[in-house]
Write a protein that binds this ligand. Structure first.
Ligand SMILES: [Fe+2]
Length: 282
């Protein structure tokens, strides 16, 4: 069996994700949808509801009253926060594992993805151009391809790093050169298999902006910027940190204000602390 086929076969070993999260995302994106519609969809799944209410009532959240229903959670925390909780609780399984090839211990990719998702949602909110639940979810899932590819990267890490150094390729280009597959493409295949929307698949399979079309797409560029902000300030995010191309044009086209980017670098650190405290308390 060739390398590519072995890699693709591993995709089937990932934990499936609950179908209900597609409905939540769809309704959260739909300006015509009503709040009761979304509450009803979440409440139809007892496990998701129980998990959500457990988090909402945790000591970390520090709410003054006990929350007994999804409706009450939405009215106290707001729709965006409740949707983010549902997404993060139900997408964590695969991403929470160690990713040996990328030098990430158990939980590292998940913590990083959560903080990047918070930055992506903040950036998207400043632009007011795209759906916040969708960009948040895309940021959580952008590196899902690493969950499968890490074993293959581990076997060929020195070859990949040599290509990065000798041929001035980005890490993702070197993955493709050495393994015949990179974590963006694989992420797109996984997202498609999980029935995410075509734009969600597009954002994931282009999150390091491999072409001009992606560099002109506001949502994909926002995802890229959020990821770059994490790479600039966070030293604990794996062997591929900073081994990616920097597209200054994307910064100047979408976020020309340097102070805003500096502010987001500080915000990223605060989000990292928040994620750490939240997961410690869970
Ligand atoms: Fe990536």
């Amino acid at each position: 069996m060739d390398n590519l086929r072995i890699i693709l076969n591993k995709v089937n070993q990932l934990d499936p994700i609950p179908v209900v999260i597609h409905k939540v995302l769809e309704l959260a994106d739909d300006p015509e949808a009503s709040l009761p519609d979304l509450v009803e969809v979440v409440e139809r799944d007892p496990a998701i509801t129980a998990n959500l209410l457990k988090t909402v009532n945790s000591a970390y959240m520090g709410l003054p009253v006990k929350v007994d229903s999804v409706h009450q959670a939405v009215s106290m925390l707001g729709l965006q926060q409740v949707v983010e909780m549902v997404m993060s609780q139900n997408l964590s399984g695969n991403l929470n594992r160690a990713q040996k090839g990328y030098g990430l211990e158990k939980g590292a990719l998940w913590r990083q993805s959560l903080a990047v998702a918070m930055v992506a949602r903040t950036l998207a909110g400043q632009q007011d151009l795209m759906s916040l639940p969708a960009i948040y979810t895309a940021a959580l899932l952008k590196d899902i391809g690493k969950v499968v590819l890490h074993e293959f990267v581990a076997d060929k890490l020195s070859s990949i790093q040599k290509v990065v150094t000798d041929q001035a390729m980005s890490f993702v280009e070197a993955e493709k050169e050495v393994l015949g597959m990179d974590h963006m493409m694989l992420g797109g295949i996984i997202a498609k298999q999980w029935n995410f929307s075509s734009h969600m698949v597009y954002m994931i399979e282009n999150h390091h902006l491999p072409n001009t079309a992606a560099r002109n797409d506001p949502a994909t560029s926002t995802l890229y910027l959020a990821d770059m902000i994490a790479m600039m300030v966070d030293t604990g995010i794996g062997v591929d940190r900073l081994a990616y191309h920097v597209y200054q044009g994307v910064f100047s086209d979408f976020f020309p204000d340097k102070q805003q980017i500096k502010g987001l670098m500080i915000t990223y650190k605060a989000y990292r602390r928040e994620v750490h405290e939240f997961l410690e308390a869970a």
